[in-house]
Design a protein. Structure first.
Length: 373
């Protein structure tokens, strides 16, 4: 009688278990292959503007809670189901093949990886390339530069840890209480975020984005409202300015985060620039699948427009109007504009959809600002 064959281990299962640690080890080895940063391309250590408020904690809060900027998300950060979010995100990245198959392999590639359609229903790849690959890579490199400038040993490891914390927190907060297949963290944490670190570990790549495109972090500053228990004015944003030609002070301008503003920038004397433009921003996350155990989301877009004032690419002030439900108008002033008793704070004032005024202050020697309504 023929003996029954022993049950063999499924290759996909081995891939599921091994993939996250392998990705982590690749990132660590590559990032530590560049122990010295050389010149700074993104963080200049300026004592004014957006550079003055840039630090690991504000970056984690801005990026980690970025999704609560949308109108249908709760800004009360204590109400977020972190436990379920963490368990579900970890289950998806630990078993990517299983969840990609449940979602649909072709749909995963089409929606998350390959730009085959610019329909909102199939364009989840756009924030993956824009915010995770380019923005995430620039953030990793800027964090390395921050840790090096502040004399931390092993700055690549510190930068990698900080960047991974904000990426993980971002996925956990976005997942919230959902349980089931969620391929977004698979694409972000296992593909685009590792690639972003590999990409911006290169001096040539960082030099191109930092010096040719003038890519900078123009994030808001996070402020906590103790009365409402809400996190206000957070958001991770970036700016690009491309000079039209060597004989003109005009640049093409692009400001992006959970939005996109396209326009022009005029560089005047002493490195001061005025930028302006218009575009679209995410208003709400909308479910596009009837399946309760499979997360398929897209964004509802509304108009927005902005005016920006910076010095040496460090943002000093911004004024943004939009059709969003969260803030329909917001003025943000960074350190270096207003000075009182030797202290130059960052300030913001915003109007929500019901015309309630929300305002806050941020001091550079505290990791988070205070807001009130």
């Amino acid at each position: 009688m023929q003996q029954p064959r022993s049950k063999q281990t499924c290759p996909a299962l081995n891939l599921n278990i091994a993939l996250p640690p392998i990705v982590f080890l690749i990132i660590v080895s590559v990032s530590n292959a560049y122990p010295q940063a050389g010149r700074n391309y993104f963080y200049k250590g300026l004592q004014y503007g957006s550079d003055a408020i840039y630090n690991p904690i504000s970056t984690i809060l801005n990026g980690g809670f970025g999704i609560i900027q949308l109108g249908n998300r709760d800004r009360k950060i204590l109400n977020i189901d972190y436990r379920t979010g963490w368990k579900n995100v970890w289950d998806n990245i630990l078993h990517p093949v299983k969840h990609i198959r449940a979602y649909g392999t072709g749909k995963f590639v089409q929606n998350e990886i390959v730009p085959t359609s610019f329909s909102l229903k199939h364009a989840q790849f756009w924030p993956n390339y824009q915010n995770h690959l380019i923005g995430g890579g620039m953030t990793y490199r800027a964090m390395r530069e921050w840790f090096e400038m502040h004399k931390y040993p092993h700055s690549p490891a510190w930068a990698l840890t900080s960047t991974m914390v904000y990426h993980l927190l971002n996925e956990v907060v976005e997942n919230n209480s959902f349980q089931g297949t969620n391929v977004d963290p698979i694409a972000d944490l296992l593909i685009f975020n590792p690639l972003s670190v590999l990409l911006f570990s290169s001096d040539k790549v960082s030099r191109f984005f930092g010096e040719n495109l003038n890519l900078r972090d123009w994030s808001f500053f996070p402020a906590y409202n103790p009365a409402n228990q809400t996190l206000e004015n957070n958001g991770q944003n970036y700016a690009i300015k491309i000079r039209l030609n060597v004989s003109t002070p005009w640049h093409l301008f692009y400001n992006f985060g959970n939005h996109g503003i396209v326009g022009l920038s005029y560089r005047g004397q002493n490195g001061r620039s005025i930028s302006f433009g218009g575009g679209f921003m995410a208003r709400d996350l909308v479910k596009v699948s009837a399946e309760d155990n499979i997360q398929k989301l897209t964004t509802e877009l509304v108009w927005n427009a902005g005016l920006f004032y910076d010095r040496n690419h460090s943002l000093l002030a911004s004024f943004i109007l939009s059709g969003a439900r969260a803030y329909k108008g917001r003025l943000t002033i960074y350190p270096g504009v207003i000075r009182v008793a030797g202290i130059s704070p960052a300030l913001f004032a915003a109007l929500d959809s019901e015309n309630n005024l929300i305002a806050g202050i941020y001091l550079t020697f505290f990791p988070i600002g205070i807001a009130a309504q």
